[in-house]
Every structure is written in C-alpha cells, then in structure tokens.
Design a protein around this ligand. Structure first.
Ligand code: NAP
Length: 240
C-alpha cells in the first residue's frame, strides 16, 4: 500500500492526455513533488511540479532522470505510442520495432532504472499503464507490445516484492486523449481512469481494471477464444 500524500511522484509522458491528469491528481492527493517528465518538458503552474526531460527510448535520458529524481517513491509508467489501424501483418517491421522501443523496452528500462531508487526510498510503487489490448490482439504491434509490458509488470511485481515495492498494472479501454482523437466511439474521461489507478495504488492493489471493457475482456480470457474475438461475425470489444 502506497500513499501519494507527501510522496515524490514521477510521471512519464506527462504532457499527454492521461499524463497531465496523473500530474494534476497526484498534486490533489498531496504529493510533495511531481516530476512531470516528457520529451519536451513544459511549464506548470504549481511550484511542486518539476518539469524534467525524459525520453523513454533514450538510455542516457533515463540515467539522467534517475540522477535528477533520486527522491522518487511512486512512478507512473505512462508514456506510450499508438498507430490507429496497426496490424501485425501490415505494419512495417521498422514501425513494429518503434512501437516496441517505446511501449515495451522503454517502459521496462524506466522501471529497471528506478527500481533501486524506490528501494532506497522505502519500497514505493510503480503504476504501469497497460490496456484492454494487453489481452486482445486486435491492434497489431500495439497489442503485442502492451501484452509484453503486462508480462514484464508481472515479473517486476514478483521480483521486487522482496524490496517492498508495490507494482500495479492499470488496464483501460478507449479514453478521451489525443492518442485516439481519430476514434469515434464511446470514450472514458481520463480523470476517471487516473482516479481508479491512484485509488487502487493507495488501496494496495496489484491490478486495476479501470472500466467495464477491461473487466469484460479479462473475464473473457477464461472462455473460448471464438467468444473473445467474436468469431464468427460478432465484433470484438474495442478500446486502445
Ligand atoms: N487513450 C486511450 O484510449 C488508451 C487506452 C489504453 C491505454 N492507453 C495508454 O495510456 C498511456 C497514455 O496515453 P494517452 O492516451 O494519454 O495518449 P497521449 O495523449 O498520446 O499521451 C502519450 C504521451 O506519451 C509520450 N511519449 C511518447 N513517446 C515517448 C517517449 N519516447 N518518451 C517519453 N514520452 C513519450 C507522448 O509525448 P509527446 O508529447 O512528446 O508526444 C505523450 O505525451 C499510454 O501508455 C497508452 O498506450 C491509452
């Protein structure tokens, strides 16, 4: 169980739709400091926010962030990229690698680099942002990378238990951010998703299913694949 009050929190991808909301809600829950990290950091209107450059695909940038943010005890691993219409057969090999560089290798490297920092600060917590598509392979390389990150999160949870680090996986469907501005479908309010994630983190949960799609897709994993993928003829559940 981790408390955000008085903690130093770091958010990756802090300029994005969910990222900005993670920063705001961490402040509202009484964080002492929030490192709002981004490839291009921006100014914030709260003196507790420390804008910090962090490109999760750049090892030197991760190392510099670890040195600059040695007091972090809660890290929200949120940065990600998505290509609408991505398929595992049709997307170029170069783009598949790019998606994995950010959504898998980058995310994993951030946790690996900050794990000793969290240990030194009492254990702390990682909140890893996944998707319903970690469990549903309808978005090509994005689904594959989110599945791989989900698996890595499970490994982090097991391996870091001994140092007292809580590792939370957050699963969500379509949410109203720039990432899926092209999608015309029902979308979650980012504020609801972030609230669910932080509530789960503060309650000591290992996993948060932040919307009905996440609940439905996880439940369907124990059923026949034909039902999960709507085969034949029934459209699968959607959501990035
Ligand atoms: N929105 C949804 O429907 C949905 C559903 C399920 C899961 N998710 C996940 O939620 C997370 C947040 O996404 P979002 O919806 O808030 O999308 P977003 O508004 O596009 O934000 C994504 C952020 O990630 C940052 N980013 C991308 N590559 C990066 C890199 N190499 N290093 C550091 N930052 C990088 C982007 O930074 P720049 O500003 O520099 O481009 C952007 O600020 C992602 O992991 C996404 O996969 C979203």
């Amino acid at each position: 169980m981790s408390s955000i009050k008085n903690a130093a929190v770091l958010v990756t991808g802090a300029n994005g739709g969910l990222g900005q909301e993670f920063v705001r809600q961490a402040l509202a829950r009484g964080a002492a400091k929030v490192y709002a990290t981004a490839r291009t950091p921006r100014a914030w209107d709260d003196e507790r926010v420390v804008p910090l450059r962090l490109d999760v695909t750049d090892d030197a940038s991760i190392t510099a962030a670890v040195q600059a943010a040695g007091d972090v005890s809660i890290l929200v691993n949120n940065a990600g990229i998505y290509t609408h219409g991505d398929t595992i057969t049709g997307t170029s090999a170069a783009r598949i690698r790019e998606i994995f560089e950010t959504n898998f290798f980058g995310a994993v490297q951030v946790n690996r680099a900050f794990a000793p920092v969290l240990a030194a600060n009492g254990g702390g917590a990682f909140l890893d942002v996944h998707s319903v598509l970690s469990w549903l392979g309808v978005a090509g390389a994005y689904s594959a990378a989110k599945a791989a990150f989900w698996s890595a999160t499970n490994s982090f949870r097991v391996e870091l238990a001994a140092q007292g680090t809580q590792v939370v996986g957050l699963h969500l469907g379509y949410t109203d951010t720039p990432m899926i501005s092209m999608v015309d479908d029902e979308k979650n309010d980012p504020a609801d998703i972030v609230r669910a994630g932080f509530d789960g983190l503060e309650a000591g949960d290992h996993e948060v299913l932040a919307d009905e799609r996440a609940v439905a897709v996880k439940a369907a994993l124990s059923g026949p694949l034909a039902d999960l993928y709507g085969l034949p003829g029934v459209p699968p559940p959607a959501g990035a």
